[in-house]
Write a protein that binds this ligand. Structure first.
Ligand code: ADP
Length: 158
């Protein structure tokens, strides 16, 4: 039962991400949520805001740790002494990109394995970008995100 890394942008963390983290915690001792700085994507929430959201949501779970990263995931995995990447698969449409990433990561770091977990069916259509879009137009996102993120979204689009 080693440590797994769950990398992503998490802009913001959704209930789909939380579902995947909870599944990963049943399989691994520790889960490090690695938040991509993602300057190119120009995130809605700063790295600090995304780290705070995750720490507040998982506050009392000591087996979860949130960190920011820029650069290659394979380097981060080495630095964190982990050989496992967790990724979520929602639909077939995720597969092609994820397969390419996993293969590329394996080419760079053969000992690193990617493990794919699927969320509850009700989250299989959920993405951070849709949540941002709905929130930006004043829509109700309470069934897609934790109340902490819902409050932060309201604040952003006030
Ligand atoms: P990206 O790397 O495309 O920016 P995110 O940061 O949104 O992706 O998400 C990180 C990981 O979580 C990816 O593997 C993505 O497929 C997965 N993920 C995102 N939303 C969900 C969801 N609703 N259910 C399951 N997995 C998800």
């Amino acid at each position: 039962m080693a440590k797994a890394i769950y990398p992503g942008t998490f802009d913001p963390l959704t209930l789909g991400h939380i579902d995947i983290v909870e599944r990963a915690l049943n399989l691994f001792e520790e889960v490090t949520i690695a938040i991509a700085v993602s300057e190119k994507k120009v995130p809605l929430f700063s790295l600090e805001e995304r780290i705070d959201q995750i720490n507040n949501i998982f506050g009392n779970e000591k087996r979860i740790n949130a960190i920011g990263f820029s650069g290659l995931i394979v380097d981060l995995a080495k630095e964190q002494d982990s050989n496992v990447l967790i990724r979520g698969l929602r639909a077939v449409s995720d597969f092609e990109y994820e397969f390419q990433m996993a293969s590329m990561n394996r080419a760079m770091s053969p000992e690193l394995d990617s493990i794919f977990l699927t969320p509850k069916a009700q989250y299989s259509f959920l993405s951070s970008s849709l949540v941002r879009e709905i929130a930006s137009m004043g829509g109700d996102v309470s069934s897609f995100v934790d109340p902490i993120v819902e409050k932060d979204l309201k604040e952003k689009f006030k």
